[in-house]
Design a protein around this ligand. Structure first.
Ligand code: COA
Length: 162
């Protein structure tokens, strides 16, 4: 887009910052589309509008470039990261780290758990924040991943102990 603007306007466009906010109804279609593109079809996070404090949406202007969601009560003293994603061309610039830091801050006294595919390098992101692999669950993603998915169907179950 920057290159296009440069060619059309013959000047370099001004860059905006990335803003982080709680999920709002107008984000839902773009957030669902992002999550479906990186995970599997049919994901709908509309329910998270009932507890927006446990969400984070990263925006470049009005474009949703990332999102993260926490389910605050999944068990005794435990919250669960249900989804975390950053748009492909925006990865490796610290957006997920910022979102994860925010989600961790929202539940300071609870353990935080999550599942991640065993072949997903996102494990390294979580390990940087102190999450530890607690369990390997075979075929966890069988019912979610499309048949042609290259991701492992086995999951690591990770926990950030508080
Ligand atoms: C996983 C994901 C959310 C990371 O987002 P991101 O904004 O690129 O992450 P960050 O830039 O904050 O990365 C922080 C650190 O995590 C690790 N990391 C993140 N993505 C990585 C990758 N693809 N390969 C190796 N390490 C990676 C690195 O240690 C990185 O630090 P560095 O860039 O200084 O080396 C993003 O790649 C994504 O959306 N993937 C598809 C969806 C997904 O797998 N979600 C996680 C499962 S819940």
């Amino acid at each position: 887009m920057c290159e296009l603007q440069h060619r059309v306007n013959r000047c370099h466009p001004s860059r905006s910052t990335i803003d982080f906010c709680y999920v709002r109804p107008q984000h839902i279609p773009a957030v669902n589309a992002l999550l479906q593109s990186v995970f599997w079809p049919g994901i709908d996070v509309s329910d998270c509008l009932s507890y927006p404090d446990y969400s984070v949406v990263a925006l470049y202007k009005k474009l949703v470039v990332g999102c993260g969601f926490l389910v605050p009560d999944v068990g005794y003293n435990e919250a669960y990261i249900s989804f975390m994603a950053v748009r492909h061309n925006w990865q490796r610039s610290g957006i997920a780290s910022f979102m994860l830091y925010h989600l961790i801050q929202t539940c300071m006294s609870k353990d935080i758990t999550l599942h991640v595919s065993a072949s997903n390098s996102a494990v390294m992101l979580y390990q940087k924040f102190g999450f530890k692999i607690e369990e390997v669950i075979l075929d966890f993603y069988d019912k979610y991943l499309p048949l042609d998915s290259k991701q492992s169907r086995n999951a690591f179950f990770l926990r950030l102990l508080r």
